[in-house]
Design a protein around this ligand. Structure first.
Ligand code: LLP
Length: 413
């Protein structure tokens, strides 16, 4: 399987770079739509709500496009909530995750009437109850249960183990539900979990589901009837040669396990909707040789795409040749940025033919790319552009130098 499943021809890549400059994030509307509809239109015996995880790519044009296709949203902050609302997302399709929701964010989410708070602790149940009580409102809640299942993924993005900070333990879940039902301003509507990200097999999801179903049945015997089951996000994508189950096969397997239980299914996919719909385009500034090692120094860096530095994330890289003066020979290259850190690389030991002024395409960069970018080394953030049919539309302009200190103040004396 090739990770290169976007529609970007070298002509489009060159045109985007010439028009908007580099480094540049380029997304493909058709690929986003296709990936979302794989979830949204998957056959299932249960009704399914796909709540796109905004943290993966939160550009308001991307959210708008998903909202128009019928997406719900999984948010983790007031900032994400406001983005979704601004982009036309419906509050009744929003679920609010995260271990530390601020009072202001809870109040705003209550005011607009979101579908559900995914609650991560007893203290948080009490907190949401009191924010709702002060406003004379009732908050719909689900408890995030930590199923203690190993997702076999990178430790930084594995969240469903006992040792992680996330969720309420399986053992405490029943008593937590009883307590939640006793709080006057809470309406207990669901159960959720999220075991990690970039998971490339169905088994860990299905093992968590089994644990949640046990709880659902036990709660029903106790008179607590849940309306939805939210399995979180986490379905992996192909970065290199991973064989990944499809959303359809995942949903079919879940729906089958649910059997005759009448529960709405909620999923929170992020990466699987946007990762392979986006690339990062960067230009080779210069090439350099140090004791036999070849470095291509490019104008994108770890501040633009953190995944290689942070998780040793591997992104496929290929070359769109520029105006070459000398012929380039194929050899092993380290693709590095201008940031002053040894960890500032986008790819190591890549067998490529590279010359200065070439464009390099960093694939699978549509998820956790721009959203994790920073201004480190006082580098303005990239522009973001969307390919819509054959048109290139700028959906975020490149930051300019004055943006870098626009919120800072000089001392008066
Ligand atoms: N729901 C919850 C509660 C989450 O914490 C996450 C991701 C998702 C849904 C979406 O998961 P996805 O479908 O995208 O795997 N920055 C890391 C990934 C961190 C994921 C955090 N949580 C990376 O670049 O690999």
């Amino acid at each position: 399987m090739s990770p290169i499943n976007t529609n970007f021809s070298s002509t489009v890549i060159r045109e985007a770079a010439n028009t908007f400059g580099t480094p540049l994030y380029l997304y493909d509307e058709a690929a986003i739509r296709h990936a979302f509809l794989a979830w949204h239109e998957a056959p299932s015996h249960h009704s399914v709500l796909t709540c796109y995880a905004v943290k993966a790519n939160s550009n308001i044009a991307v959210l708008q496009l998903l909202s128009r296709l019928g997406a719900g949203f999984d948010i983790v902050s007031q900032g994400e909530l406001e983005r979704v609302l601004h982009a036309g997302g419906l509050p009744e399709r929003i679920v609010f995750s995260g271990v530390g929701k601020s009072t202001a964010a809870i109040a705003r989410a209550l005011e607009v009437g979101i579908k559900c708070f995914n609650v991560e602790s007893i203290r948080e149940l009490e907190h949401i109850n009191s924010v709702a009580a002060e406003r004379g409102l009732s908050a719909k809640v689900s408890l995030r249960v930590n199923p203690d299942v190993d997702a076999n993924t990178h430790p930084y993005i594995s969240t469903g183990l006992k040792s992680n900070k996330f969720g309420i333990s399986h053992e405490e879940a029943v008593s937590a539900y009883r307590y939640a039902s006793s709080l006057a301003h809470l309406d207990v509507v669901g159960i959720d979990c999220h075991i990690g990200s970039q998971i490339t097999e169905l088994e860990p999801f299905l093992a968590s589901l089994d644990r949640l179903l046990e709880l659902i049945d036990q709660l029903a015997e106790d008179g607590i009837h849940l309306r939805h089951l939210d399995l979180g996000g986490g379905l992996g994508i192909c970065y290199t040669d991973e064989q990944v189950p499809s959303a359809q096969s995942y949903i079919a397997a879940v729906s089958e396990k649910l059997g005759s239980r009448s529960l709405e299914l909620v999923f929170e996919p992020g990466r699987s909707i946007v990762a392979n719909a986006g690339i990062l385009i960067t230009e080779v500034i210069l090439s350099k040789e140090n004791t036999g090692k070849h470095f291509a120094i490019v104008d994108a860096a770890m501040n633009d795409l953190m995944r290689p530095a942070l998780y040793q994330g591997h992104h496929h890289i290929d070359v769109v040749a520029g105006p070459r003066i000398l012929a380039a020979t194929e050899q092993s290259w380290d693709i590095v940025g201008p940031v002053c850190e040894t960890g500032d690389f986008l790819g190591l030991n890549r067998q490529l033919s590279i010359a200065e002024r070439d464009l390099l395409v960093i694939h699978s960069a549509g998820a956790y790319g721009f959203t994790m970018s920073s201004n480190y080394n006082s580098r303005p953030r990239c522009a973001e552009v969307l390919l819509r049919k054959d048109q290139l539309v700028e959906i975020r302009s490149r930051e300019v130098i004055t943006d870098l200190f626009a919120h800072e103040q000089l001392l008066a004396e």
